[in-house]
Design a protein around this ligand. Structure first.
Ligand SMILES: Cc1ncc(COP(=O)(O)O)c(C=O)c1O
Length: 407
């Protein structure tokens, strides 16, 4: 049976949440940038360091075997979490950014001038710049799909952007600014109909949605550990076995090879082919512990809690004069981006910090979206399973005070 969402009990497992900031209890609402870590994750990494640490895959000795078991065990946890068909389809990376770069780099050799990459306007720079490399270096053409006034992806625009020239459709599963959840299965179906591959950026969706890569039928799915209560420095790329078979390795080095001679090299099988060098061992184990931790809860119960918290925040801000919320698409995730007339988001975030409230201010690594919205930056409060109604109330109260000071 799943563990119920008891916010007080959950919060007690995150040591950082009991600290004070500027003399006030911490209200941490910067979860879309990075989430805090429960004891289970902190302990998994330190216990491993204390009791069974060595390099993975290479050793014959006991510690090497135990560490390899824990590292490969984490891979299996991630496989199960996203329902991949095989652990060989799960590649550890240092984050979501590296996962996407791995794919863009891996297909670069096949790109002909004029080949098209289709992106949405709400992508994070991690899912833009690697494709710009293909534009700059290989003559690929980037085609952009807009979002409408509520922040939903323009599916007719996507249809129009697709053609037999489309090589890749690289789209977020959930926007880190608007909170928009895309119809990833339908996007994949449309892309496959023109023979294109699909990469879904799941760095946000992995935390908030129930992800099933087989049901989505995507070719690639990028995840990151630090937003899902795991450590930084670790992420994962899911690649369909058939897609990975044709993908060139991104980095060369130890463990990714089969034979190395003076004039010849052959490669190991996936996933090892894509994991050159000593991987982030402890981080992978911490990522596995984070997956275990969040998997105690029913995903729909987590989602319902986050939606309730988001809704309370949305109701709290929407009456404020001159405040505009960016992204109100149906079914959106718990991310509240907003602008306040006459106030720079940085100033706002700085004053909120005085009240212990941590929100993000800036372009959120989404400059094309900022341009589309006609702003240079927004403020963003983003919510996690440990956020309480009291957090929201403290945020709204601090927001009113900040507004009073700034306007
Ligand atoms: C939607 C999205 N994609 C990609 C990334 C990049 O992930 P990472 O920083 O783990 O490489 C982020 C992080 O903010 C994100 O929100």
């Amino acid at each position: 049976m799943s563990r119920p969402i008891d916010v007080d009990a959950i919060r007690a497992e995150f040591p950082i949440l009991s600290r004070q900031v500027n003399g006030k209890p911490l209200v941490y609402l910067d979860n879309a940038a990075s989430a805090q870590k429960p004891n289970a994750v902190i302990d998994a990494m330190s216990d491993q360091s204390r009791t069974a640490y060595a390099n993975v895959h290479r050793g014959i000795h006991t510690l090497a075997n135990e560490t390899t078991e824990a590292y490969e065990g984490a891979r299996e946890k991630i496989r199960a979490f996203i329902n991949a068909g095989s652990v060989n389809e799960v590649i550890f990376t240092k984050g979501g950014t590296e996962a996407i770069n791995l794919v863009a780099n891996g297909i670069a050799g096949e790109i002909q001038p004029g080949d098209e990459i289709v992106l949405s306007i709400m992508e994070h720079h991690s899912n833009i710049v690697p494709w710009h490399f293909l534009r700059e270096r290989h003559g690929a053409v980037l085609k952009w799909v807009d979002v409408d006034e509520i922040g939903a992806l323009d599916m007719a625009g996507l249809e129009a952007a697709l053609s037999e020239k489309t090589r890749m459709v690289a789209v977020t599963h959930m926007s880190n600014v608007l909170g928009t959840v895309t119809d990833a299965a339908e996007i994949t179906r449309m892309a496959h109909a023109v023979g294109a591959e699909v990469l879904l950026d799941g760095c946000q969706a992995g935390v908030h949605l129930d992800v099933d890569v087989q049901a989505l039928d995507c070719d690639y799915y990028a995840l990151t550990g630090h937003k899902i209560y795991g450590p930084s420095g670790i992420g994962a790329l899911y690649g369909k076995a058939s897609a990975l078979a044709g993908l060139r390795p991104f980095q060369g080095g130890g463990e990714m090879i089969e034979i190395v001679e003076r004039e010849r090299v052959t490669y190991n099988e996936a996933p090892h082919k894509f994991e050159a060098g000593t991987p982030p061992i402890l981080q992978a184990i911490g990522f596995g512990a984070a997956i275990d931790w969040i998997s105690q809860f029913d995903k729909s119960a987590v989602r319902a809690h986050e939606d309730k918290i988001y809704q309370r925040a949305y109701e709290g801000v929407r009456g404020i004069n001159g405040l505009r919320v960016h992204g109100v698409a149906e079914g959106k995730g718990a991310v509240l981006s907003f602008s306040l007339d006459g106030v720079h988001p940085h100033d706002l975030a700085q004053i909120l910090d005085r009240y212990g409230v941590a929100v993000r201010a800036g372009h959120h690594c989404a400059q094309p979206l900022m341009d589309h919205l006609g702003v240079s930056a927004t403020a963003r409060a983003s919510f996690a399973v440990y956020n309480s109604e009291a957090d929201v109330d403290a945020f709204i109260e601090a927001l009113h005070k900040a507004r009073g000071m700034l306007i």
